[in-house]
Design a protein around this ligand. Structure first.
Ligand SMILES: CC(C)(COP(=O)(O)OP(=O)(O)OC[C@H]1O[C@@H](n2cnc3c(N)ncnc32)[C@H](O)[C@@H]1OP(=O)(O)O)[C@@H](O)C(=O)NCCC(=O)NCCS
Length: 164
């Protein structure tokens, strides 16, 4: 199936989105557009090519920072002692009707591409994600994200991986 990805707009049906995690369903229905207006997050949606009102998946991107002590020693030894800039995939979800068909991977790849482009003019040491549970952490590890020592639910993909 072919999907198109674009910033969240009012033409997409968020009401029937169901990814199996009520917190994420609630987020896209009620809070995502507020976050955009307040410049807290950018939200990108995927819709099937044949129906651009059907919400198949989404993710959010924000700027963030990580304390050096929370980074793996292999990375922190090359960095300053103060908090360093990262990009944050705050939320990412695929509707149950579209799960296990590769859309989650497409969304991660799209996010990495956007961050790689932004990182030409805005420096960051990597992309951080917060996995909701061990299953989600397994999904991110699949793409090379590594758990952060500070907490196994936080994972990082170093800039060297997505800028390559
Ligand atoms: C996690 C989620 C985004 C995966 O999306 P998806 O479209 O089903 O994922 P894909 O089809 O692209 O799968 C990509 C790879 O990850 C693996 N994978 C998918 N879901 C997985 C899971 N829950 N645990 C471990 N691995 C998983 C697949 O086996 C696949 O590997 P393969 O290509 O070798 O077969 C989706 O299941 C979802 O939205 N879940 C509910 C919300 C959630 O947990 N979000 C995570 C961020 S908090």
């Amino acid at each position: 199936m072919i999907f198109s990805i674009r910033p969240l707009d009012k033409t997409v049906d968020t009401a029937s989105f169901n990814c199996g995690q009520p917190v994420l369903d609630e987020y896209i229905r009620r809070y995502a557009s507020q976050d955009i207006k307040r410049n807290v997050a950018r939200v990108f949606i995927a819709t099937p090519e044949h129906d651009n009102a059907q919400l198949a998946g989404f993710y959010t991107l924000s700027a963030g920072s990580v304390s050096c002590a929370d980074l793996p020693p292999s990375l922190s030894k090359t960095l300053p002692r103060y908090p360093v800039p990262v990009a944050l995939i705050g939320r990412l979800a695929v509707d149950t009707r579209f799960q296990r068909k590769g859309l989650g991977s497409i969304l991660v790849a799209d996010a990495c591409q956007k961050v790689a482009k932004a990182s030409i003019s805005l420096a960051m040491v990597g992309i951080v994600v917060h996995a909701k549970d061990t299953t989600a952490a397994g999904f991110y590890r699949h793409f090379g994200f590594k758990p952060l020592p500070g907490g196994p639910d936080w994972l990082l993909l170093p800039a060297t991986a997505f800028r390559a």
